[in-house]
Design a protein around this ligand. Structure first.
Ligand SMILES: [Zn+2]
Length: 325
């Protein structure tokens, strides 16, 4: 009798529930939400002319410009890359919920640090070193310029009263996984990795500008991936909200404070970033393969301007997250 009763019940609702429970989340593509409604809920007005692919959300002090079928958002005039393109459905615009959660919402409402945990120590990683020269253009080696720029950023931050730890201060090789570990050991509150870019493909001379990278959120594709590959969770994803806000502050400061062009705040799963125990970003401070960028990277004045901008960005982030309620 009991068996008879349980049998059909178990075969019915239980199996349905089980199927529902084990079915993976709907593909991220299906989890989109209305962008104008989201903007209104945050006090933004919306502007888009009929048939236009562009949507502007604005308040008195902020402006976000979206374009259908692209991942690029102009966020207060800074190029910020979404993980999925904006969709246009009829006259409406849609944004993925993941981009709301991991990018737009934290940028509009940055996290706040407890008053007893101010930012005191910054770990600076000069990319490459020793047997790993990084990008090499003729006799110019990336490892040499990352070290020079890190030293200059250090001086600027120390002058502002922060403690700075250099992951490497000489031309030595350090394994990638040991670099975040050095920052943890030094009890650093933030991690900044300094690199320079190179591009050797067609039209390489025209490719230039600054790119700032945050760790890609779990499940999302990185900015430079082709297609939608997704990807798993990494320890550095504990700081997704801080990472994007730190990345935006530093990227914006570089775009505003130097003459490097804006190649966007992007996402990547660089090993250093995956392993971080604190918020962190990786700055590609221009292309060694671009004549204009190279003149910044290779000159004392150019690096000094870039270092000041990076330090300004770090200090802007510090002020933002240490604000009082
Ligand atoms: Zn590099």
């Amino acid at each position: 009798m009991l068996l008879g009763l349980f049998g059909p019940l178990a075969a019915g609702p239980v199996s349905t529930a089980t199927r529902r429970a084990i079915r993976p989340d709907p593909a991220p593509e299906t989890r989109y939400t209305d962008l104008i409604a989201w903007g209104r809920s945050r006090g933004f007005g919306a502007k888009s002319s009929a048939g236009s692919d562009e949507l502007k959300l604005y308040t008195k002090s902020q402006e976000l410009v979206f374009k259908a079928n692209t991942k690029k958002v102009l966020f207060d005039e800074t190029d910020v890359r979404l993980t999925l393109p904006i969709r246009k459905v009829g006259e409406g615009f849609q944004v993925s919920k993941r981009d709301l959660e991991t990018l737009l919402n934290p940028l509009l409402a940055p996290p706040r640090r407890p008053a007893r945990q101010p930012i005191r120590t910054i770990a600076l990683n000069a990319g490459h070193g020793g047997k790993d020269p990084g990008n090499t253009e003729g006799r110019r080696q990336e490892k040499y310029y990352t070290l020079l720029l890190s030293g200059e950023v250090r001086r600027r931050l120390e002058r502002a009263g922060l403690r700075v730890v250099l992951v490497r201060s000489t031309d030595t090789f350090i394994e990638l996984e040991d670099r975040p570990a050095a920052a943890t050991k030094a009890k650093a509150d933030l991690y900044l990795s300094i690199h320079f870019n190179a591009f050797d493909g067609p039209g390489s001379a025209d490719v230039g500008g600054v790119e700032t990278y945050c760790l890609t959120p779990a499940g999302a594709s990185s900015t430079n991936d082709t297609g939608n590959h997704g990807g798993g969770w990494n320890p550095g994803n504990r700081f997704d909200h801080d990472n994007i806000v730190l990345g935006h502050q530093v990227h914006r400061a570089i775009v505003q404070g130097t003459d490097l062009s804006d190649r966007g705040l992007r996402r990547a799963r660089f090993k250093e970033l995956t392993l971080l125990d604190m918020p962190g970003i990786l700055v590609e401070g221009g292309y060694m393969t671009n004549a204009h960028d190279a003149s910044t990277i290779y000159s004392v004045e150019g690096r000094s301007t870039l270092a000041r901008a990076i330090a300004d960005g770090v200090l802007a982030y510090k002020r933002l997250v240490e604000r009082t309620p």
